[in-house]
Design a binder for this molecule. Sequence first.
Ligand code: ATP
Ligand code: MG
Length: 446
Amino acid sequence: MTERVPGDVRALLEALEGAGFEAHLVGGCVRDLLRGVEPQDWDICTSALPDETEACFPHHRLLETGLRHGTVTVLAGHRPYEITTYRADGPYSDGRRPDRVEFVPDLVQDLARRDFTVNAMALGLDGVLHDPFGGQADLAAGVIRCVGDPDRRFQEDGLRLMRALRFAACLDFAIHPATAAAIRRNLPMLDKVAAERVQAELRKLLMGPRAAETLREFPEVLCRFWPQLEPLVGLEQRNPWHCYGGWEHTLHALAAAPEDLTVRLAVLLHDVGKPPCRTTDEAGIDHFYGHAAVSAQLADQMLRALKFDNRTREEVVTLVARHDAPIAHTPKSIRRWLGRLGEATLLRLLEVKRCDSYGKDIQLVRERLAANEALKAMVREVVAQGQCFSLKDLAVDGRDLLAAGVPAGPAVGKALNSLLGQVVSGELPNEKAALLAALGLPPSPP
Ligand code: ATP
Ligand code: MG
């Protein structure tokens, strides 16, 4: 297995060993090597103290940002590698970070502080695997299990609740029953975790192949930081269009989503506004009039609470707000939608709509899927043909209008938008002379 360790990494381990210290690959990279997956980053643990580590690399650039926790980052071949002194974590009084870290001479103690058995293995260049907590067996069985007493581990650091779900979703693993029970007992620990750290784990979780199954098993984890979801989880839908309740429908939709975080977030949140919008008619059929707008409002709140970046938040909110808007299959309608959303967001909206059709009546699904494919094809056609759908495509711009005698000021923008509307609707051709003529202006000299 060590033959798959890149030369740069091997050289770092050799430098530490050459100076008389122990050095091992540890954590995610060992897990991924054992799974036969290319590791994303290579972490090293060592018996060397941080200043001893630094002394081993006199010719490398070093970053000392993690020094307080015993981590020296070494740049080799333009890539950063974290080298961390064996440590045991002191008491955790805040549920987030150890009060102090203590350097220890022993690899097993270092492995014992790690979160899950599959992340608590170390590998030396000699090919010896150190696995004191049964990580290999759990890896083979596809199990996420805390190292040590799960209640204690979650009480030390609430982020581990999210990490357990994240690894289950990403590795396609099940969470061990005792670990799962401890997650459910320790939900309040999530309240102490910084929103950005929850967000980072949620992003990874949602991109995992087992995201929907993991959320089906642990909706209460999401509801802890997103209480707005709770009514959806319990929502029944009595109508002929849905064969599932609100949450189950959301999970079916999520399972059908492409590997695109914005789409997955939109799918996750698209119906969160349904519960407050429910009405039941005389026939006992549920309706959810206006739920898209309410969902969009809630989605905005929820993404803000987790401190998502503005761009992601705004696009998700747009997708949620429009998820059930009808899109007609005509070039004119497609040009309008392109003008409103742009190509990338419109294609994402079609994906959200496709996902939304899963978990509904099967005949409806077939129709929706076929219609969706046709719409996508038309979007591509309209874009490929260079048809005009936004101001930048219009055959005249502000300067043309000024040159033709439109007075400077708001009249210019107004005129441009009015022309755009007429071109998009097909009333006017996208040609300069025709557009100026439509404004009652003579064509400007070339
Ligand atoms: P990825 O492939 O996503 O990087 P990883 O396992 O490398 O997965 P990291 O977040 O990079 O995960 O952490 C590196 C290692 O540090 C983990 O494998 C684990 O051993 C340990 N670790 C990280 N965060 C925690 C935590 N909150 N509590 C305990 N151990 C942790
Ligand atoms: Mg890592």
